[in-house]
Design a protein around this ligand. Structure first.
Ligand code: GRF
Length: 199
């Protein structure tokens, strides 16, 4: 199976995926790293690992769908079977999501359906929860609403700050995401309704 990672920022998860690929913990081929931001550090990480990159500027496209169609053409050319989102901050058009049904994975730094959105670590910390965590899920058209693939809880200790909690969450992400990707690539995930079973 060929896959692409989409990232807009730091690329910590991308780095964890690259490391897992090196030791065959993910049995699939990373063929492309896609970004919507030329300054994404994820692109530097991809180049260092000799993974091909694609960076398109959304400002050069009239509509969201036009941008997505351009990306899709590249995915087709590289025979990409599935997509892994790792801090990709751009919403997709319906057309894009329908082109990869149940084949787009995302990682979210909270236990969905709690703390949806883009500031989940901060929101959970400020709410004062004692347990938060990490969710890997499929992408559907509604944001942060797809079926859950894997989840892992992270305890919030009395001495935690928002940044120490973020570090804990990232460490868990870097372990859980490669595992979920490998399960998907090996056909071990069975989706029935909104429930994913590991078979
Ligand atoms: C991660 O916390 C992930 O859960 C969220 O965006 C962040 C990306 O971090 N979707 P990085 O770019 O992988 O370091």
């Amino acid at each position: 199976m060929n896959f692409a990672v989409f990232a807009s920022g730091n690329g910590g998860n991308l780095q964890a995926i690259i490391s897992a690929l090196r030791v065959q913990k993910i049995r699939a081929a990373l063929q492309l790293v896609v970004s919507d931001r030329a300054d994404a550090y994820a692109l530097v990480r991809a180049r260092k690992a000799k993974v091909p990159t694609l960076c398109l500027n959304p400002k050069n496209f009239e509509t969201r769908e036009a941008f997505d169609r351009a990306v899709l053409a590249h995915l087709k050319e590289r025979r990409i079977d599935f997509i892994v989102l790792a801090g990709y901050m751009r919403l997709f058009s319906h057309h894009f999501i329908r082109s990869y049904p149940n084949k787009i994975l995302n990682i979210h730094p909270a236990l969905l359906p709690a703390f949806k959105g883009t500031h989940s670590v901060r929101d959970a910390f400020q709410y004062g929860v004692k347990v938060t965590g990490v969710t890997v899920h499929f992408i559907v058209e509604e944001m942060d609403a797809g079926a859950v693939i894997l989840q892992e809880a992270v305890a919030v200790g009395p001495k935690d700050t928002e940044s120490s909690l973020a570090r804990k969450i990232h460490r868990v992400e870097h372990r859980v995401y490669p595992k979920a990707i490998d399960l998907f690539a090996r056909g071990k995930l069975k989706l029935t309704g909104h429930t994913v079973k590991i078979i």
